[in-house]
Write a protein that binds this ligand. Structure first.
Ligand code: MN
Length: 195
């Protein structure tokens, strides 16, 4: 079996990131948003689809305001094991820098066409997907919409205008730390556990 883009970009003798390979058959699919202090701070938005995490880098992070259209740049599929990774990726490794799990939880595919659910892999291939998140910080519907040409298209991540929409919340700034460990990026970079 040939190496994935994820594997090709990493030296697993040097990075603490997981190699992957684990399957999670039979469980509700999960989403994870990892805050990543690389050369520039961004939020990696990942959805479990089949045996991989489909991934986008969101420079400004997700919003709870339906009026905000957040740029989401596709990145390579990550292994399912990546969903609970927090740590420090060495300099020189792809995407080096400090990572924390900013939010995670199950999600539901709510993409419909003619009254029927469209499988998420197909929805993403078509460039339009709707998901309902059940995280700690983010809940309710989000749209992922590709703009421009398929090959080098950018995507937008936009909150749906539902009961969980909130124009006044700003969780990216008010809830900055890990939902798994309570640690900040600085705590993780310093190798300290909080509390
Ligand atoms: Mn990243």
């Amino acid at each position: 079996m040939s190496k994935s883009a994820y594997e090709t970009k990493r030296d697993f003798s040097r990075t603490p990131e997981p190699r992957g390979g684990r399957k999670r058959a039979g469980k509700a699919p999960r989403f994870v948003i990892q805050k990543h202090d690389a050369s520039t701070l961004h939020y990696d938005f990942r959805l479990e689809v089949g045996s991989v995490l489909k991934s986008w880098a969101v420079p400004r992070g997700p919003s709870t305001d339906p009026a905000d259209k957040r740029l989401a740049v596709p990145t390579e599929d990550h292994p399912l094991d990546y969903a609970d990774f927090e740590g420090v990726i060495p300099e020189g490794q792809y995407g080096g820098g400090t990572v924390l799990v900013w939010d995670c939880g199950p999600y539901e595919n709510i993409t419909e066409k003619h009254g029927r659910i469209v499988p998420l892999a197909k929805a993403l291939a078509d460039g339009h997907a709707l998901v309902r998140l059940k995280g700690e910080k983010l809940t309710g519907g989000y749209a992922l919409q590709r703009t421009g040409k398929k090959e080098n298209g950018r995507w937008l991540l936009v909150k749906l205008d539902d009961a969980a929409a909130d124009r006044r919340r700003n969780p990216v700034s008010t809830q900055p730390d890990s939902v798994l460990s309570g640690r900040s990026l600085q705590d993780i970079a310093a190798g300290e556990a909080k509390g």
